[in-house]
Design a protein around this ligand. Structure first.
Ligand SMILES: [Fe+2]
Ligand SMILES: [Fe+2]
Length: 142
């Protein structure tokens, strides 16, 4: 049991480290987009998008599995853990959607300004998601 705890804490640490790497990747996109470099900006946001999806896929497999039936609507009698997992999965869906929209704006329209505007929304949601995850999910065992 102690071992399981320890390995869980270790994986939470590495997930938090991934959040910071993703923050940096997103920063590269903002820097390129702000400098008017659409090519670099697209490359950076596509890299962020891919890494973010992989990160979430692992969380949904390892952290948010088992809670509820994978549906995103609330069910009567849902307990606190299931509710939190459902809300986090719902935020994943919204984040993936927003990130895909930023990618499309750049890839299909080369719309740097539009991409930056939408990215500000993505940044706010990503920040609030990771903050909440780190505080309410990853710290809960300690
Ligand atoms: Fe997450
Ligand atoms: Fe995460």
């Amino acid at each position: 049991m102690e071992e399981r705890r320890a390995s869980e804490a270790g994986s939470f640490e590495s997930r938090i480290a991934e959040h910071r790497l993703l923050d940096q990747g997103f920063g590269r996109f903002v820097a390129a987009a702000s400098a008017g470099d659409a090519g670099q900006a697209l490359e950076a946001i596509e890299a962020f998008d891919g890494e973010m999806r992989r990160h979430m896929e692992h969380e949904e497999r390892d952290v948010y599995r088992g809670a509820g039936d994978g549906k995103l609507i609330s069910r009567p009698g849902e307990d606190e853990t299931a509710r939190l997992a459902r809300e986090m999965r719902l935020e994943h869906v919204q984040l993936r959607e927003l990130s895909a929209m930023v990618c499309r704006l750049l890839a299909e329209k080369r719309d740097l300004l539009g991409a930056l505007r939408l990215a500000a929304n993505l940044a706010r949601r990503w920040d609030s998601h990771t903050t909440r995850e780190e505080r309410e999910v990853f710290r809960s065992g300690s």
